[in-house]
Design a protein around this ligand. Structure first.
Ligand code: ASP
Ligand code: MG
Length: 405
């Protein structure tokens, strides 16, 4: 017997037939003798519709009421799945976040899970009842409904799996797992059997949408075994695991791309100690996340050019803050939104030389110019002209030997 937490995303519960299909999948686990809790998302498109209504009635809304509205989709699917399970003879009941309770902080629309009441769930699971729980929602200390951010049902599921010591957390979605890169760009992309927490964290934060980034961080911290798999096929998915479970480490496991970055260059910044600190403190205080950075001194050393990237949504704010700051002097501020960040990711990079050289050569062979570079222990990212995104991803996929049949 194992304890399993299952989570079904919006496309998996998009209509009544699909909810019946989900009930059958849950039944399979129950028939194997497993104890099961299930999280559901709202039906595909529902959350977007609810958000649209909130924005229509009041563009500058009370965040607490926003959460009251947008959490509603999950209530419907939780009740429907409990009914579908009962109809096929599986004892089941539904819970909303506040009934568990899923305690969170008060940061509405991006709340963090703080504590989960596990008594009722443990008791019911031991009795063989399937606990169907509305994902994405919780309750704050001041007794208001909160939501965990878009895609937050993943985090609900992983959080409960950690709290009840589940053997596995299966995240069912509409793709068969985690791929080496976006299969829409590279038809030869392969599904990975396993990926490490760290790699998955990089992939998720770089825009691979299969798991909410926060759910991966939580799984990593609590060593929850997560599986990403499709609710439409019977194939095994991708296991997200600890590094030492992977025997043959790929140097590069995946390639990600993001088109939502913007490049900012401050030309002719006065070169003196503390200037970088002034610039990046200013941006940090404005809650603007800076990703890649390069600096070039002029020949006489008196001035320097500083280039960095921010997300396109933060660009206007960043420009405005820099132009307004009296303590930051520069000749010119240039921005470019026609850029894409391409990243290669792999834990094997730690112990292999030449990974960056392979990347730069593959791009050079295609005549693609690199504008900015940044690296971490398991990732190399470059900024290039946006129109070469697909070409670059394909070239790198081949260069690192990732192409499948
Ligand atoms: N329904 C919510 C959303 O669309 C939460 C989720 O599906 O994970 O963001
Ligand atoms: Mg999702």
């Amino acid at each position: 017997m194992a304890r399993i937490v299952m989570k079904f995303g919006g496309t998996s519960v998009a209509d009544i037939d699909r909810i019946r299909n989900v009930a059958q999948r849950v039944k399979k686990e129950v028939d194997l003798g497993n104890q099961v809790s299930v999280f559901v998302s709202a039906m595909a498109g529902t959350t977007d519709k609810l958000i649209g209504w909130v924005e229509e009635i009041s563009p500058l809304h009370d965040a607490r009421e926003y959460d009251t509205v947008v959490s509603a989709g999950e209530q419907i699917t939780a009740g429907l799945l409990a009914l579908a399970l009962q109809n096929i003879g599986i004892p089941a009941r539904s819970w909303l976040g506040w009934q568990i309770p899923f305690r969170t902080n008060q940061v509405h629309s991006a709340a963090r899970v703080e504590e989960i009441g596990t008594d009722a769930i443990n008791e019911r699971m031991n009795e063989g009842v399937v606990c169907v729980i509305a994902g994405f929602q919780g309750i704050s200390d001041d007794n208001r409904i909160t939501t965990l951010g878009r895609g937050g049902s993943d985090t609900s599921a992983v959080a409960l799996a950690a709290a009840i010591g589940a053997d596995r957390c299966d995240i069912y979605t509409d793709v068969e797992g985690v791929y080496t890169t976006d299969p829409r760009i590279v038809p030869k992309a392969r599904k990975l059997d396993k990926i490490t927490y760290e790699e998955m964290l990089e992939m998720a934060s770089l825009g691979a949408k299969v798991l909410q980034t926060r759910s991966v961080a939580m799984a990593m911290n609590h060593r929850v075994r997560v599986q990403v798999l499709s609710s439409f096929t019977d194939k095994p998915g991708t296991m997200v695991v600890d590094e030492d479970e992977i025997v043959e480490k790929q140097v590069v496991s995946g390639i990600a791309y993001a088109k939502n970055e913007a490049q900012v260059t401050l030309v002719g910044v006065k070169n003196k100690p503390g200037i970088a600190s002034d610039i990046f403190t200013l941006l940090a205080d404005g809650n603007i996340n800076v990703d890649m950075i390069i600096q070039n001194e002029t020949e006489d050393g008196k001035k320097t050019d500083l280039t960095f990237t921010v997300t396109q949504t933060d660009l206007e704010k960043a420009e405005e803050m820099l132009n307004r700051a009296d303590n930051i002097e520069f000749d010119n501020l240039i921005t470019d939104v026609n850029v894409a960040k391409i990243s290669v990711i792999g834990v094997g990079m730690r112990s292999h030389a030449g990974v960056a050289a392979t990347m730069f050569k593959a791009l050079a062979d295609k005549g693609i110019n690199i504008q900015v570079i940044s690296t971490s222990e398991i990732k190399i990212s470059v900024l290039i002209e946006a129109e070469y995104t697909e070409l670059a991803v394909r070239a790198l996929h081949t260069a690192y030997g990732l192409d499948g049949e």
